[in-house]
Design a protein around this ligand. Structure first.
Ligand code: TXA
Ligand code: MG
Length: 332
């Protein structure tokens, strides 16, 4: 299959493909998604096939209004309405009781469904023009970092999908926060673009899925149990100061290994390949996946990154880094 990059002027082409049950990569404010009609089994099968995604991992359905969200659920509890009113359109996926309207492949057989209204003009235009709820996981091959540019999507999926709508680089850079509103209090299953602090300011204390902090717990978001985001080189999270980080890099270099390091701006560390995340957690979120993908274009053997704070979107960035490191942590 030939994959074409299409621009805003040819959105009509994307609409036509989606209505025909084809799958199209679309920009959102978080990461690119691989979209298809959530009610069309053929389209949903194509999404799973293109990504190489395990069939037990449910997809998020993207809508353009709260009204449209109602088409997919039995009811919307008050707490979910408050969240939608405050954070939609935005990086918050809300898990509710499914009414079975979406293909059962979308929900991977669960009784619940994840819904999100993306804050991106192209994504919203496509949802409105097709009138469809669009099932859309991140548009990467399963296990790879999520795509924050159309080039990332093309790298992973070119030839496997009908088209890519190019919306430039995504703004937030990490995926949406997933919150389960079928539980009381609601539970954050995946930290993401909307922070825990922002959510708690609106609905009070929420829980964090214990699997986010403890090993040997099965996460409630099926997707969180898979190895993810991992670059080809071995990534380690370093708990310690900059001089300890430099010491680890020097030791690796002395054994003949090529080293990579992920740094914040102004951190003065020597390594063979360096990647900078800017100077805030927001820029770190924006650049993280591109940074991880860039190491795959080099021949580094080992990558090091210092552990970071869980404040704000740091909770999401840290979660992704720890997953990418497969739990490898080095302490002095
Ligand atoms: O920002 C995002 O959320 C992006 C953009 C494209 O919207 N999408 C995205 O989708 O990250 P995906 O499929 O890569 O991640 C969705 C996560 C997975 O961990 C999945 O297991 C979880 O949400 N999920 C979806 N439906 C669920 C459900 N009913 N119950 C529990 N977890 C669910
Ligand atoms: Mg994903």
């Amino acid at each position: 299959m030939k994959t074409e990059m299409i621009q805003q002027e040819t959105l009509n082409e994307a609409v036509r493909l989606l209505l025909e049950g084809e799958v199209v990569a679309i920009p959102t404010e978080t990461v690119y998604g691989l979209a298809g009609d959530a009610t069309n089994e053929t389209a949903v099968r194509r999404i799973f096939a293109a990504k190489g995604r395990p069939s037990d991992n449910p997809l998020i359905v993207h809508v353009a209004s709260i009204e449209q969200a109602k088409q997919f659920v039995t009811h919307i509890p008050d707490v979910a309405t408050q969240l939608m009113d405050t954070f939609w359109p935005g990086a918050l996926t809300i898990i509710l009781d499914s009414n079975g309207s979406a293909s059962s492949l979308v929900t991977a057989g669960l009784d619940t469904i994840g819904l999100r209204m993306p804050d991106h003009p192209l994504a919203l235009q496509l949802i409105e023009a097709t009138g469809l709820g669009l099932a859309a996981p991140s548009a990467n091959r399963s296990g790879k970092p999520s795509p924050t540019s159309s080039a990332h999507v093309a790298h992973d999926l070119s030839g496997r999908i009908a088209a890519i709508v190019d919306g430039g680089e995504t703004g937030i850079g990490v995926e949406s926060t997933v919150i389960d509103c079928t539980a009381n209090p609601p539970v954050i299953l995946r930290p993401g673009g909307v922070t825990r602090e922002q959510i708690e300011a609106v609905i009070g204390t929420v829980a964090l899925d214990p699997a986010l902090s403890m090993k040997n717990q099965t996460p409630k978001a099926p997707g969180m149990k898979y190895t993810h985001y991992a670059p080809e080189a071995t990534l380690s999270v370093v708990v310690g100061d900059l001089s300890f980080l430099q010491q680890l890099i020097d030791e690796a270099r002395q054994t003949g290994q090529k080293t990579g390091v992920i740094l914040f701006d102004g951190e003065d560390i020597e390594a063979d390949v360096r990647c900078f995340l800017g100077s805030t957690m927001e820029t770190a979120a924006q650049r993280l996946y591109d940074c991880l993908r860039r190491f795959d274009q080099t021949t580094v053997d080992q990558i090091f990154v210092r552990d970071l704070s869980e404040e704000g979107v740091g909770l999401a960035v840290r979660n992704r880094l720890h997953k990418a490191a497969g739990g490898r942590i080095i302490r002095p």
